[in-house]
Design a protein around this ligand. Structure first.
Ligand SMILES: [Cu+2]
Length: 345
């Protein structure tokens, strides 16, 4: 192979590598920013609780993992009408014994749709969603909706927060209120420290001993409330969020605690200095490390043999390992013994 040929080969290799990397980067990003569409088939024969039909599962695939904002379309390929209803189905074995119906939880419900019809649902909440068919409550499936945690903090409206502190002025422009939170991307069950400072909106000098009420609301509910007086021009609060979703951080009744200073002016120039309010917002994400899921077992198809295989794996593998350990220990012991014996005194 000539040097030129060699170089060309090496070059084409790199070229291929970089081209594919570039494609990955471009399309990887596009994929991230766009919601995806998924389909789940209700196969022919799903109406039968015994599944003595061509169907192997009730919903195919029975467990689907998607990202927040993705859409799932269920297609009825069966010969009977079905529903896709969130909640717990009866389960096949329960159904056979008790003829119990499932329990809908009201998150989504397709109502009955007929063969060759379909129904779509866009998931706008993260979590694990069990669903079943109201007409055939043994039919069950699960959709797991994951939330991508972005690299950058965003406000509640999805706009990127470019830098910290986030700065707001009170409506009377007399006070500049700076807020930083650490970590910048807030996750559930993780301590978040809110650090805030007050400045004179005109002179830009630090304002000490300012009174304020701090209120955090999430999904229309108040999740944190406290009052205080800034020391050395600032203050902080630690908050742990239990739920994901957008939050609004509101500071209100911002007023100087002293009789002199900013509010002697403010009281004269503004009607209601006591209602001075600044509002910040961001998003709390589900902490992937601390999420507790209640993913239920799907029990479709005649797949009981799987459980036997699992049983073998659970009992046989550790048993063999234990046996191996015992043999090893015995071998070591006898080796030590023979070594001791041969050691001259
Ligand atoms: Cu059905």
């Amino acid at each position: 192979m000539s040097v030129l040929e060699k170089n060309y080969r090496a070059f084409s290799k790199y070229a291929l590598f970089f081209t594919s990397m570039a494609f990955l980067l471009i399309f990887g990003n596009v994929k991230d920013s766009q919601a995806e569409e998924f389909t789940i088939s209700i196969p022919f024969g799903a109406f039968n609780p015994e599944l003595n039909t061509p169907a192997e599962v009730w919903y195919d695939p029975p467990i689907l993992s998607i990202q927040l904002g993705d859409t799932v379309t269920w297609i009825n390929d069966d010969r009977e009408g079905h529903t896709v209803t969130s909640g717990e189905g009866s389960g096949r074995f329960e159904w056979m014994n008790t003829k119990e119906l499932g329990e809908a939880d009201g998150i989504f419900d397709s109502q009955r749709f007929m063969p060759n019809e379909s129904w779509a649902y866009t998931f706008d909440k993260a979590g694990v969603f069990n669903y079943f068919c109201i007409i055939h409550p043994w039919m069950s499936g699960v959709v797991t909706v994951n939330q991508t945690i972005p690299d950058y903090p965003h406000d509640a409206y999805g706009n990127r927060i470019e830098s910290f502190p986030v700065i707001q002025f009170t409506p009377d422009k007399l006070i500049e209120f700076d807020l930083t939170w650490e970590p910048n991307i807030i996750k559930t069950f993780e301590k978040t420290t809110f650090v805030f400072q007050t400045y004179d909106g005109i002179t830009n000098s630090n304002l000490d001993k300012m009174m304020y009420d701090m209120i955090i609301t999430q999904n229309g509910k108040e999740v944190f409330q406290d009052s205080g007086i800034t020391q050395v021009g600032g203050d902080y609060r630690n908050v742990i969020f239990e739920n994901s979703g957008p939050i609004e951080i509101r500071f209100q009744n911002i007023v100087s605690s002293g009789s002199s200073g900013i509010d002697s002016i403010a009281r004269e120039s503004v009607n209601q200095p006591l209602f001075r309010t600044v509002v910040f917002s961001t998003i709390v994400y589900d902490n992937p490390e601390k999420i507790t899921t209640t993913e239920t077992m799907i029990q479709p198809a005649q797949r009981l043999d799987i459980y036997y295989e699992l049983l073998v794996a659970i009992i046989l593998v550790p048993a063999l390992m234990l046996l191996g350990l015992i043999i090893y220990m015995k071998f070591r012991k006898s080796e030590n013994y023979s070594q001791e014996k041969s050691t001259p005194l």
